[in-house]
Write a protein that binds this ligand. Sequence first.
Ligand code: G16
Length: 542
Amino acid sequence: MIVTVPTTPFAGQKPGTSGLRKKVKVFAQANYAENFIQSVFDVVRPEPGAILVIGGDGRYHNRTVIQQAIRIAAANGYGRVLVGKGGILSTPAASHVIRKYGASGGLVLSASHNPGGPDEDFGIKYNIANGGPAPEGITDAIYARTQGIDRWLTVETPDVDLDAIGETAVGTMTVAVIDPVADYADLMETLFDFAAIRQAVADGLTATFDAMSAVTGPYAIEILEKRLGFPAGTVRNGIPLEDFGGHHPDPNMVHAKELFDTMFGPDAPDFGAASDGDGDRNLIVGKARFVTPSDSLAMLAANAHLAPGYAAGLKGIARSMPTSAAADRVAQALGIPLYETPTGWKFFGNLLDAGMATICGEESAGTGSDHVREKDGLWAVLLWLNILAVRKISVDALAREHWALYGRNYYARHDYEALPTEAADALMSELSASLSTLPGKAFGPLTVAVADSFSYLDPVDGSTSANQGLRVLFEGGSRIVFRLSGTGTEGATLRVYLERFEPAGGELDRETPDMLSDLIAAADAIAGIVRHTGRNEPSVIT
Ligand code: G16
């Protein structure tokens, strides 16, 4: 029997760059998650009997929200819910399951790389039938609905056993608990040359993969150790924990420090990688060679034809605006289009659906392709392994070869986390107001060519997304981008993206901080970072 529960709206249920992310304590309030999930269903209005996928990254509070979502789904007319065993589905695996089983959409329960636990973060994101995050038109409508909601629907039913594979009836709806790994691992086998990688492993290729006690552990163990033959222990921190072992499951130099220490130490294996809380980000590091996500996108695009899934070539490459222009030169060399979108994987969905782009990437450690509609951490790891296995080359040698051919985009992102919102807003509005005065001005050796606020016109549906970051472009191809993060849960985070292009034949083997020092000084002179924030240094450099 359907039960109607009266409720009142909560302020602030506005989905950010990637869904609604808040502290667990916020989500745990009576009616909070229920209001949001009901608002999603009120907006998407499922056809009676529609299929819904529910996947989570296993973080604290995951099981509670899954049970809530199952009941609300049953009361809203869904016919079937697919949920990963233990409540687990990596974000790319959820995207694949939505596509494979013809679901009308899915709820992805994750706060990604943010920490987990009773005092940490949780998140809910709605993905549409193409498997990708809902576009802004839908997330705006969901937000509007949360502000007028007065009831949510549920059914009275015991909790579903999430740990037993099989089917349970919940009212007239069926809940199927599925193996979270099998479908995804099978998909990877169709894209990559597993035989070549297995042979390389037999010939001595060594690797280490840090699952950061997050969702990718079971996927990586199945694929890397069981199917590809890497020895047991290649996957570390492979058991998903509700609090990620107390760490941030964010694969960068700060939070994946152990991996970096290994890869820059005397016993480094040939290849090192890590993924994040929900399995969509990746970190690639060779023996004493870190590959920036922007470079990784360019290097993967240049070599993708070596993998069976991409042997026919790429239709186009898409990158988010703050991602370096390294991929642009590869697209140019391949004679294919390059699309520059705002930050947020959702902006790639239309290009992928329309067959305009095959590979996409973001500076925030996201890379992926048209095989699903999310970025995909293990996919990037496997494409790298496929390329290294076929070419019999080291990560370092491949990077050097790439730069010698295309030039090098020295790149770093400086994050100023947990700033008072007013200070961050003041910095951005002052900078925004001064943009028109910048062209022609010199900052040390740098002269501003163009300064603007990035606006995106979607070439597929004609929609416009304005105010997507402030860009200062210098003569010669260097660039600074300023943006406020849309995924933080505490105050505001200012991101400053710094990029310097060094052409082929130039200084290709220098340390990144040295090459960016003029840009770092210019960033402060232009935006008054110290003055507005009181911070002399960023919280995190990636
Ligand atoms: C999400 C989005 C990405 C975006 C990233 C950072 O990643 O899916 O497209 O690049 O956030 O966004 P921001 O700079 O606004 O914090 P994830 O891995 O958190 O889902």
